[in-house]
Design a protein around this ligand. Structure first.
Ligand code: FCB
Length: 496
Protein backbone atom coordinates (compact mmCIF):
# COMPACT_ATOMS: atom_id res chain seq x y z
CA UNK A 1 0.00 0.00 0.00
CA UNK A 2 2.85 2.38 0.77
CA UNK A 3 5.92 2.80 -1.34
CA UNK A 4 8.26 2.89 1.64
CA UNK A 5 9.43 0.02 3.78
CA UNK A 6 10.33 1.13 7.29
CA UNK A 7 13.45 -0.62 8.47
CA UNK A 8 12.76 -2.04 11.91
CA UNK A 9 14.61 -0.40 14.72
CA UNK A 10 17.68 0.64 12.80
CA UNK A 11 16.96 4.13 11.55
CA UNK A 12 18.00 6.79 14.01
CA UNK A 13 17.73 10.56 13.82
CA UNK A 14 20.63 12.67 15.06
CA UNK A 15 20.08 13.99 18.58
CA UNK A 16 19.96 17.55 17.20
CA UNK A 17 16.85 16.64 15.15
CA UNK A 18 13.63 18.07 16.66
CA UNK A 19 10.55 15.83 16.86
CA UNK A 20 7.25 17.34 17.90
CA UNK A 21 3.57 17.88 17.22
CA UNK A 22 1.59 20.84 15.88
CA UNK A 23 -1.74 22.53 16.55
CA UNK A 24 -3.36 25.90 15.79
CA UNK A 25 -5.29 28.21 18.08
CA UNK A 26 -8.68 28.33 16.38
CA UNK A 27 -8.63 24.59 15.74
CA UNK A 28 -8.19 23.53 19.38
CA UNK A 29 -8.72 26.31 21.91
CA UNK A 30 -12.47 26.99 22.05
CA UNK A 31 -13.35 29.57 24.76
CA UNK A 32 -13.89 32.09 22.02
CA UNK A 33 -15.70 34.54 24.26
CA UNK A 34 -13.50 34.13 27.33
CA UNK A 35 -10.40 35.76 28.72
CA UNK A 36 -11.03 39.02 26.91
CA UNK A 37 -10.64 37.51 23.44
CA UNK A 38 -11.92 39.54 20.49
CA UNK A 39 -13.76 38.13 17.48
CA UNK A 40 -11.75 36.57 14.64
CA UNK A 41 -12.73 36.18 11.00
CA UNK A 42 -13.03 32.43 11.63
CA UNK A 43 -15.67 33.06 14.31
CA UNK A 44 -17.67 35.10 11.82
CA UNK A 45 -17.12 32.67 8.96
CA UNK A 46 -17.92 29.52 10.94
CA UNK A 47 -21.11 31.13 12.22
CA UNK A 48 -22.20 31.92 8.67
CA UNK A 49 -24.72 29.37 7.43
CA UNK A 50 -23.46 26.98 4.79
CA UNK A 51 -19.74 27.63 5.17
CA UNK A 52 -18.68 24.70 7.38
CA UNK A 53 -19.64 21.01 7.26
CA UNK A 54 -22.41 20.23 9.77
CA UNK A 55 -22.54 23.92 10.75
CA UNK A 56 -19.54 23.32 13.03
CA UNK A 57 -17.74 26.21 14.72
CA UNK A 58 -14.59 26.58 16.81
CA UNK A 59 -16.59 27.75 19.85
CA UNK A 60 -15.57 24.71 21.90
CA UNK A 61 -13.19 22.84 19.59
CA UNK A 62 -10.97 20.56 21.71
CA UNK A 63 -11.48 22.88 24.70
CA UNK A 64 -7.73 23.23 24.99
CA UNK A 65 -8.10 26.65 26.65
CA UNK A 66 -9.59 24.95 29.71
CA UNK A 67 -7.51 21.78 29.51
CA UNK A 68 -4.04 23.19 29.09
CA UNK A 69 -2.57 21.35 32.06
CA UNK A 70 -3.97 18.00 30.93
CA UNK A 71 -2.70 18.61 27.40
CA UNK A 72 0.74 19.59 28.66
CA UNK A 73 0.94 16.34 30.62
CA UNK A 74 -0.12 14.48 27.51
CA UNK A 75 2.72 16.10 25.57
CA UNK A 76 5.17 15.11 28.28
CA UNK A 77 3.88 11.51 28.11
CA UNK A 78 4.54 11.61 24.37
CA UNK A 79 8.14 12.72 24.97
CA UNK A 80 7.72 15.61 22.53
CA UNK A 81 10.91 17.60 22.17
CA UNK A 82 8.91 20.56 20.92
CA UNK A 83 5.32 21.72 20.58
CA UNK A 84 4.21 23.98 17.75
CA UNK A 85 1.12 26.06 18.46
CA UNK A 86 -0.29 29.31 17.21
CA UNK A 87 -1.29 32.44 19.04
CA UNK A 88 -4.76 33.84 18.58
CA UNK A 89 -4.20 37.47 17.58
CA UNK A 90 -7.64 38.53 18.91
CA UNK A 91 -6.71 37.10 22.32
CA UNK A 92 -3.72 39.43 22.45
CA UNK A 93 -5.13 42.53 20.74
CA UNK A 94 -8.92 42.06 20.60
CA UNK A 95 -9.51 44.82 18.04
CA UNK A 96 -6.41 43.93 16.01
CA UNK A 97 -4.67 47.12 17.00
CA UNK A 98 -4.74 49.30 20.07
CA UNK A 99 -5.54 47.89 23.46
CA UNK A 100 -3.57 44.87 24.64
CA UNK A 101 -5.35 42.09 26.54
CA UNK A 102 -3.04 41.05 29.36
CA UNK A 103 -5.13 37.95 30.10
CA UNK A 104 -4.44 36.69 26.58
CA UNK A 105 -0.70 37.21 26.95
CA UNK A 106 -0.80 35.47 30.34
CA UNK A 107 -2.49 32.42 28.83
CA UNK A 108 0.33 31.90 26.34
CA UNK A 109 3.01 32.87 28.81
CA UNK A 110 1.77 30.16 31.17
CA UNK A 111 1.61 27.69 28.29
CA UNK A 112 5.23 28.46 27.41
CA UNK A 113 6.29 28.05 31.04
CA UNK A 114 4.34 24.79 31.26
CA UNK A 115 6.17 23.48 28.22
CA UNK A 116 9.61 24.50 29.43
CA UNK A 117 8.93 23.00 32.84
CA UNK A 118 8.37 19.68 31.05
CA UNK A 119 11.45 20.03 28.87
CA UNK A 120 9.42 20.79 25.72
CA UNK A 121 10.57 23.61 23.45
CA UNK A 122 7.86 26.12 22.45
CA UNK A 123 7.46 26.83 18.74
CA UNK A 124 5.12 29.71 18.00
CA UNK A 125 3.18 30.71 14.91
CA UNK A 126 1.89 34.28 15.02
CA UNK A 127 -0.68 34.00 12.23
CA UNK A 128 -2.52 30.74 11.68
CA UNK A 129 -5.38 32.56 9.85
CA UNK A 130 -7.57 33.78 12.76
CA UNK A 131 -7.32 37.48 11.97
CA UNK A 132 -9.16 39.89 14.27
CA UNK A 133 -12.53 40.66 12.67
CA UNK A 134 -11.99 44.36 13.43
CA UNK A 135 -9.16 44.44 10.87
CA UNK A 136 -11.38 42.79 8.28
CA UNK A 137 -14.01 45.45 8.94
CA UNK A 138 -11.60 48.37 9.01
CA UNK A 139 -9.05 47.52 6.33
CA UNK A 140 -10.55 44.64 4.36
CA UNK A 141 -8.32 42.25 6.28
CA UNK A 142 -5.24 41.17 4.34
CA UNK A 143 -6.53 43.04 1.28
CA UNK A 144 -5.39 46.16 3.11
CA UNK A 145 -1.82 47.29 3.61
CA UNK A 146 -2.63 48.62 7.09
CA UNK A 147 -3.15 45.04 8.30
CA UNK A 148 0.55 44.34 7.68
CA UNK A 149 1.50 47.22 9.99
CA UNK A 150 -0.99 46.04 12.61
CA UNK A 151 0.69 42.62 12.38
CA UNK A 152 4.09 44.21 12.97
CA UNK A 153 2.82 45.77 16.21
CA UNK A 154 1.20 42.49 17.27
CA UNK A 155 4.49 40.64 16.58
CA UNK A 156 6.33 43.15 18.69
CA UNK A 157 3.94 42.74 21.63
CA UNK A 158 4.20 38.95 21.55
CA UNK A 159 7.96 39.01 20.95
CA UNK A 160 8.36 41.31 23.90
CA UNK A 161 6.43 38.98 26.23
CA UNK A 162 7.53 35.53 25.06
CA UNK A 163 10.81 36.38 23.36
CA UNK A 164 12.95 35.25 26.27
CA UNK A 165 11.59 31.70 26.09
CA UNK A 166 10.30 30.69 22.64
CA UNK A 167 12.67 28.52 20.58
CA UNK A 168 11.30 29.02 17.06
CA UNK A 169 9.02 31.72 15.70
CA UNK A 170 7.00 31.60 12.50
CA UNK A 171 5.37 34.75 11.19
CA UNK A 172 2.68 32.96 9.17
CA UNK A 173 1.29 29.51 8.59
CA UNK A 174 0.54 28.78 4.93
CA UNK A 175 0.01 32.28 3.55
CA UNK A 176 -1.20 30.46 0.41
CA UNK A 177 -4.39 29.32 2.10
CA UNK A 178 -4.67 32.57 4.00
CA UNK A 179 -4.73 34.60 0.78
CA UNK A 180 -5.92 32.42 -2.09
CA UNK A 181 -8.45 30.35 -0.13
CA UNK A 182 -9.46 33.32 2.02
CA UNK A 183 -9.80 36.04 -0.62
CA UNK A 184 -9.85 34.21 -3.98
CA UNK A 185 -11.71 30.92 -3.94
CA UNK A 186 -13.85 31.91 -0.95
CA UNK A 187 -13.37 28.51 0.70
CA UNK A 188 -11.82 29.95 3.87
CA UNK A 189 -12.50 32.99 6.03
CA UNK A 190 -13.27 35.71 5.24
CA UNK A 191 -14.74 34.15 2.07
CA UNK A 192 -13.58 36.69 -0.53
CA UNK A 193 -13.85 35.73 -4.20
CA UNK A 194 -11.65 38.07 -6.23
CA UNK A 195 -8.33 36.97 -7.60
CA UNK A 196 -7.02 40.55 -7.50
CA UNK A 197 -7.77 40.60 -3.78
CA UNK A 198 -6.02 37.27 -3.27
CA UNK A 199 -2.89 38.65 -4.92
CA UNK A 200 -3.06 41.84 -2.83
CA UNK A 201 -3.55 39.69 0.29
CA UNK A 202 -0.53 37.58 -0.67
CA UNK A 203 1.56 40.72 -0.98
CA UNK A 204 0.37 42.14 2.33
CA UNK A 205 1.09 38.82 4.02
CA UNK A 206 4.56 38.95 2.51
CA UNK A 207 4.99 42.51 3.74
CA UNK A 208 3.74 41.51 7.19
CA UNK A 209 6.27 38.68 7.19
CA UNK A 210 9.15 41.09 6.56
CA UNK A 211 7.88 43.58 9.12
CA UNK A 212 7.18 40.75 11.57
CA UNK A 213 10.67 39.27 11.24
CA UNK A 214 12.12 42.69 12.01
CA UNK A 215 9.76 43.17 14.97
CA UNK A 216 10.80 39.78 16.37
CA UNK A 217 14.51 40.55 15.92
CA UNK A 218 13.97 43.77 17.89
CA UNK A 219 12.20 42.06 20.79
CA UNK A 220 13.30 38.46 21.27
CA UNK A 221 16.17 37.66 23.61
CA UNK A 222 16.51 33.86 23.86
CA UNK A 223 20.02 33.49 22.45
CA UNK A 224 19.33 30.40 20.32
CA UNK A 225 15.87 31.48 19.12
CA UNK A 226 15.23 31.10 15.40
CA UNK A 227 12.85 33.01 13.14
CA UNK A 228 10.99 31.30 10.31
CA UNK A 229 7.84 31.10 8.23
CA UNK A 230 5.74 27.97 7.63
CA UNK A 231 4.93 27.63 3.93
CA UNK A 232 2.98 24.83 2.31
CA UNK A 233 5.33 24.90 -0.64
CA UNK A 234 3.64 22.41 -2.94
CA UNK A 235 5.54 19.47 -4.34
CA UNK A 236 4.33 19.85 -7.94
CA UNK A 237 5.00 17.09 -10.45
CA UNK A 238 4.05 17.43 -14.11
CA UNK A 239 2.42 14.33 -15.55
CA UNK A 240 4.73 14.35 -18.56
CA UNK A 241 7.65 16.24 -20.00
CA UNK A 242 5.44 17.75 -22.69
CA UNK A 243 5.76 21.54 -22.95
CA UNK A 244 2.03 21.89 -22.17
CA UNK A 245 2.20 19.85 -18.95
CA UNK A 246 5.36 21.62 -17.86
CA UNK A 247 3.69 24.94 -18.53
CA UNK A 248 0.77 23.93 -16.29
CA UNK A 249 3.25 23.08 -13.53
CA UNK A 250 5.01 26.40 -14.03
CA UNK A 251 1.78 28.41 -13.76
CA UNK A 252 0.81 26.69 -10.54
CA UNK A 253 4.30 26.88 -9.05
CA UNK A 254 4.46 30.64 -9.73
CA UNK A 255 1.14 31.52 -8.12
CA UNK A 256 1.21 29.02 -5.26
CA UNK A 257 4.89 28.74 -4.31
CA UNK A 258 7.10 31.41 -5.82
CA UNK A 259 4.68 34.24 -5.00
CA UNK A 260 5.95 33.74 -1.43
CA UNK A 261 9.42 32.25 -1.77
CA UNK A 262 10.33 34.84 -4.45
CA UNK A 263 10.09 37.98 -2.32
CA UNK A 264 10.82 36.27 1.02
CA UNK A 265 13.88 34.26 0.01
CA UNK A 266 15.15 35.78 -3.23
CA UNK A 267 14.10 39.42 -2.91
CA UNK A 268 11.88 39.60 -5.99
CA UNK A 269 8.49 38.68 -7.36
CA UNK A 270 8.88 36.16 -10.18
CA UNK A 271 8.67 37.87 -13.59
CA UNK A 272 6.50 35.06 -15.00
CA UNK A 273 3.94 35.51 -12.20
CA UNK A 274 3.68 39.25 -12.90
CA UNK A 275 3.19 38.45 -16.56
CA UNK A 276 0.62 35.66 -15.91
CA UNK A 277 -1.52 37.94 -13.73
CA UNK A 278 -1.20 41.15 -15.80
CA UNK A 279 -4.89 41.18 -16.70
CA UNK A 280 -5.97 40.69 -13.10
CA UNK A 281 -3.91 43.36 -11.37
CA UNK A 282 -1.23 45.95 -12.09
CA UNK A 283 0.43 44.99 -8.77
CA UNK A 284 0.13 48.64 -7.75
CA UNK A 285 -0.08 47.47 -4.15
CA UNK A 286 3.66 46.75 -4.24
CA UNK A 287 5.27 50.02 -3.16
CA UNK A 288 8.92 50.99 -3.56
CA UNK A 289 10.97 49.35 -0.82
CA UNK A 290 8.40 46.62 -0.06
CA UNK A 291 10.36 43.79 -1.57
CA UNK A 292 13.47 44.80 0.37
CA UNK A 293 11.38 44.81 3.56
CA UNK A 294 10.00 41.35 2.78
CA UNK A 295 13.44 39.91 1.97
CA UNK A 296 14.66 39.47 5.54
CA UNK A 297 17.18 36.78 6.40
CA UNK A 298 15.41 33.94 8.21
CA UNK A 299 16.99 31.15 10.24
CA UNK A 300 14.70 28.31 9.28
CA UNK A 301 12.17 27.42 6.60
CA UNK A 302 9.02 25.66 7.80
CA UNK A 303 7.47 23.33 5.22
CA UNK A 304 4.04 21.72 5.55
CA UNK A 305 3.64 18.62 3.40
CA UNK A 306 0.64 16.36 2.87
CA UNK A 307 0.66 15.11 -0.72
CA UNK A 308 2.19 15.50 -4.17
CA UNK A 309 0.28 17.74 -6.57
CA UNK A 310 0.24 15.91 -9.91
CA UNK A 311 -0.63 18.33 -12.68
CA UNK A 312 -1.11 18.39 -16.41
CA UNK A 313 -2.36 20.91 -18.92
CA UNK A 314 -6.09 21.33 -19.10
CA UNK A 315 -6.76 20.47 -22.75
CA UNK A 316 -9.94 22.54 -22.98
CA UNK A 317 -9.62 25.49 -20.65
CA UNK A 318 -12.83 27.37 -20.08
CA UNK A 319 -12.51 31.13 -20.20
CA UNK A 320 -10.66 32.59 -17.23
CA UNK A 321 -13.16 33.30 -14.51
CA UNK A 322 -13.20 35.47 -11.44
CA UNK A 323 -13.81 34.17 -7.96
CA UNK A 324 -14.72 30.70 -6.92
CA UNK A 325 -11.88 29.07 -8.82
CA UNK A 326 -8.86 28.13 -6.84
CA UNK A 327 -6.25 30.54 -8.21
CA UNK A 328 -5.59 32.82 -11.16
CA UNK A 329 -4.73 30.62 -14.15
CA UNK A 330 -6.33 27.54 -12.63
CA UNK A 331 -8.41 27.06 -15.78
CA UNK A 332 -5.19 25.99 -17.52
CA UNK A 333 -4.18 23.44 -14.90
CA UNK A 334 -5.66 19.97 -14.32
CA UNK A 335 -5.04 18.06 -11.12
CA UNK A 336 -4.49 14.38 -11.73
CA UNK A 337 -5.87 11.83 -9.31
CA UNK A 338 -3.44 8.93 -9.39
CA UNK A 339 -5.54 5.75 -9.02
CA UNK A 340 -2.66 3.67 -7.67
CA UNK A 341 -2.25 5.79 -4.55
CA UNK A 342 -3.73 5.04 -1.15
CA UNK A 343 -5.85 7.99 -0.03
CA UNK A 344 -6.67 9.59 3.29
CA UNK A 345 -10.13 10.65 4.50
CA UNK A 346 -9.41 14.06 2.94
CA UNK A 347 -8.95 12.21 -0.37
CA UNK A 348 -5.30 13.23 -0.36
CA UNK A 349 -2.89 10.78 -2.02
CA UNK A 350 -0.37 9.07 0.24
CA UNK A 351 3.15 9.55 -1.13
CA UNK A 352 6.00 9.62 1.37
CA UNK A 353 8.41 9.55 -1.58
CA UNK A 354 7.14 13.05 -2.42
CA UNK A 355 8.29 14.38 0.94
CA UNK A 356 11.74 12.87 0.47
CA UNK A 357 12.15 14.40 -2.99
CA UNK A 358 10.70 17.70 -1.80
CA UNK A 359 13.16 18.06 1.08
CA UNK A 360 16.11 17.17 -1.14
CA UNK A 361 14.98 19.61 -3.85
CA UNK A 362 14.22 22.47 -1.45
CA UNK A 363 17.58 22.07 0.23
CA UNK A 364 19.25 22.39 -3.15
CA UNK A 365 17.09 25.38 -4.04
CA UNK A 366 17.79 27.26 -0.80
CA UNK A 367 21.30 26.28 0.26
CA UNK A 368 22.23 27.06 3.82
CA UNK A 369 18.62 27.37 4.98
CA UNK A 370 17.64 24.61 7.44
CA UNK A 371 14.19 23.12 6.80
CA UNK A 372 11.73 21.95 9.41
CA UNK A 373 8.72 19.82 8.43
CA UNK A 374 6.23 21.81 10.49
CA UNK A 375 3.17 19.78 9.51
CA UNK A 376 2.63 16.29 8.17
CA UNK A 377 -0.16 13.89 9.02
CA UNK A 378 -3.38 12.31 7.89
CA UNK A 379 -7.10 12.06 8.56
CA UNK A 380 -8.54 8.57 8.66
CA UNK A 381 -11.75 7.16 10.06
CA UNK A 382 -11.03 6.19 13.66
CA UNK A 383 -12.62 3.34 15.54
CA UNK A 384 -12.84 3.80 19.31
CA UNK A 385 -12.85 0.44 21.10
CA UNK A 386 -14.21 0.16 24.59
CA UNK A 387 -12.43 -2.64 26.41
CA UNK A 388 -13.90 -4.83 29.14
CA UNK A 389 -11.79 -3.11 31.78
CA UNK A 390 -13.33 0.22 30.85
CA UNK A 391 -10.33 1.60 28.97
CA UNK A 392 -10.59 2.91 25.45
CA UNK A 393 -8.22 2.46 22.57
CA UNK A 394 -7.90 3.62 18.99
CA UNK A 395 -5.84 1.30 16.79
CA UNK A 396 -5.20 3.79 13.98
CA UNK A 397 -2.85 1.59 12.04
CA UNK A 398 -3.42 3.60 8.85
CA UNK A 399 -2.37 6.91 10.46
CA UNK A 400 0.58 5.21 12.15
CA UNK A 401 1.70 3.82 8.80
CA UNK A 402 1.27 7.22 7.20
CA UNK A 403 3.46 8.84 9.85
CA UNK A 404 6.00 6.03 9.78
CA UNK A 405 6.28 6.29 6.00
CA UNK A 406 6.80 10.03 6.10
CA UNK A 407 9.19 10.00 9.05
CA UNK A 408 11.25 7.38 7.20
CA UNK A 409 11.11 9.53 4.05
CA UNK A 410 12.37 12.50 6.07
CA UNK A 411 15.23 10.37 7.32
CA UNK A 412 16.12 9.26 3.79
CA UNK A 413 16.18 12.91 2.71
CA UNK A 414 18.54 13.61 5.59
CA UNK A 415 20.81 10.79 4.44
CA UNK A 416 20.79 12.26 0.94
CA UNK A 417 22.14 15.49 2.37
CA UNK A 418 18.95 17.50 2.79
CA UNK A 419 19.29 20.17 5.46
CA UNK A 420 16.24 19.04 7.44
CA UNK A 421 16.31 19.68 11.16
CA UNK A 422 12.88 18.69 12.47
CA UNK A 423 9.58 16.92 11.90
CA UNK A 424 6.19 17.81 13.40
CA UNK A 425 3.14 15.61 13.28
CA UNK A 426 -0.14 17.29 12.43
CA UNK A 427 -1.82 17.11 14.83
CA UNK A 428 -1.45 16.55 18.53
CA UNK A 429 -5.24 16.44 18.97
CA UNK A 430 -8.28 15.85 16.81
CA UNK A 431 -9.55 19.33 16.02
CA UNK A 432 -11.66 21.73 13.96
CA UNK A 433 -10.52 21.08 10.40
CA UNK A 434 -11.64 24.42 8.92
CA UNK A 435 -14.44 24.03 6.35
CA UNK A 436 -14.58 20.28 6.96
CA UNK A 437 -15.52 20.87 10.62
CA UNK A 438 -14.96 17.95 12.99
CA UNK A 439 -15.38 15.13 10.48
CA UNK A 440 -11.74 14.55 9.57
CA UNK A 441 -9.63 13.49 12.52
CA UNK A 442 -5.93 14.32 12.21
CA UNK A 443 -4.98 13.85 15.87
CA UNK A 444 -2.56 11.29 17.24
CA UNK A 445 -4.70 11.76 20.34
CA UNK A 446 -8.43 11.15 19.96
CA UNK A 447 -10.88 13.76 21.28
CA UNK A 448 -14.43 12.70 22.12
CA UNK A 449 -16.39 15.81 21.17
CA UNK A 450 -19.22 14.98 23.60
CA UNK A 451 -17.08 14.51 26.70
CA UNK A 452 -13.85 16.14 25.44
CA UNK A 453 -12.03 13.11 26.81
CA UNK A 454 -8.59 12.51 25.29
CA UNK A 455 -7.53 9.01 24.25
CA UNK A 456 -4.01 8.55 22.90
CA UNK A 457 -4.21 6.55 19.66
CA UNK A 458 -1.79 3.84 18.56
CA UNK A 459 -0.08 6.50 16.41
CA UNK A 460 0.71 8.53 19.52
CA UNK A 461 2.29 5.51 21.22
CA UNK A 462 4.35 4.94 18.11
CA UNK A 463 5.29 8.61 17.93
CA UNK A 464 6.16 8.71 21.63
CA UNK A 465 8.62 5.86 21.11
CA UNK A 466 10.16 7.70 18.20
CA UNK A 467 10.47 10.91 20.24
CA UNK A 468 11.94 9.10 23.22
CA UNK A 469 14.58 7.19 21.27
CA UNK A 470 15.11 8.94 17.94
CA UNK A 471 14.79 5.48 16.40
CA UNK A 472 11.94 4.77 14.00
CA UNK A 473 9.94 2.09 15.84
CA UNK A 474 8.52 -1.06 14.36
CA UNK A 475 4.73 -0.91 14.28
CA UNK A 476 3.98 -4.29 15.84
CA UNK A 477 6.43 -3.67 18.68
CA UNK A 478 4.68 -0.40 19.47
CA UNK A 479 1.33 -2.07 19.98
CA UNK A 480 2.81 -4.71 22.27
CA UNK A 481 4.89 -2.22 24.28
CA UNK A 482 1.88 0.01 24.80
CA UNK A 483 -0.16 -3.04 25.82
CA UNK A 484 -2.67 -2.06 23.21
CA UNK A 485 -3.04 -5.66 22.13
CA UNK A 486 -4.29 -6.71 25.56
CA UNK A 487 -7.86 -6.72 26.83
CA UNK A 488 -11.01 -8.24 25.49
CA UNK A 489 -13.08 -6.22 23.13
CA UNK A 490 -16.35 -5.11 24.73
CA UNK A 491 -17.79 -2.83 22.13
CA UNK A 492 -16.86 -0.86 19.06
CA UNK A 493 -17.87 2.70 18.41
CA UNK A 494 -17.19 4.24 15.06
CA UNK A 495 -16.34 7.87 15.61
CA UNK A 496 -18.47 10.10 13.39
C1 FCB B 1 -2.93 22.66 6.82
C2 FCB B 1 -3.21 23.64 7.93
C3 FCB B 1 -3.57 23.00 9.24
C4 FCB B 1 -4.42 21.78 9.06
C5 FCB B 1 -3.83 20.84 8.05
C6 FCB B 1 -4.60 19.57 7.85
O1 FCB B 1 -3.19 23.26 5.60
O2 FCB B 1 -2.10 24.46 8.13
O3 FCB B 1 -4.18 23.98 10.04
O4 FCB B 1 -5.73 22.13 8.78
O5 FCB B 1 -3.71 21.51 6.81
Amino acid sequence: MYDDAVLPGTVRFPSTFTLGASTAAYQIEGAVREGGRGVSIWDTFSHTAGKIADGATGDVAADHYHRVEEDLDLMADLHLAAYRFSISWPRIIPAGEGEINEAGLAFYSDLVDGLLARGIDPIVTLNHWDLPQALEDRYGGWRGRETAYAFERYAEVVGHTLGDRVAVWSTHNEPWNNSFSGYGSGAFAPGGTRHADALAAAHHLNLAHGLGVQALRRTISRPDARVSVALNIFRIEAESDSPADREAARIYDAVANRVFTGPMLRGEYPADLLEDTREITDWGFVRPGDVETIHQPIDLLGVNYYEVMHVKANPAPAAASEGGTEFPGSERVSFVRRPELARTAMDWGVEPRGLEEHLVALSAEFPGLPIMVMENGAAFLDVVELLADGTRRVMDVDRTQYLAGHVAATHRALERGANVVGYFAWSLLDNFEWTSGYRPRFGIVHVDYDTLERTPKLSSHWFAQLCATGVIPELAATAVDAELGAGALAAIHVAP
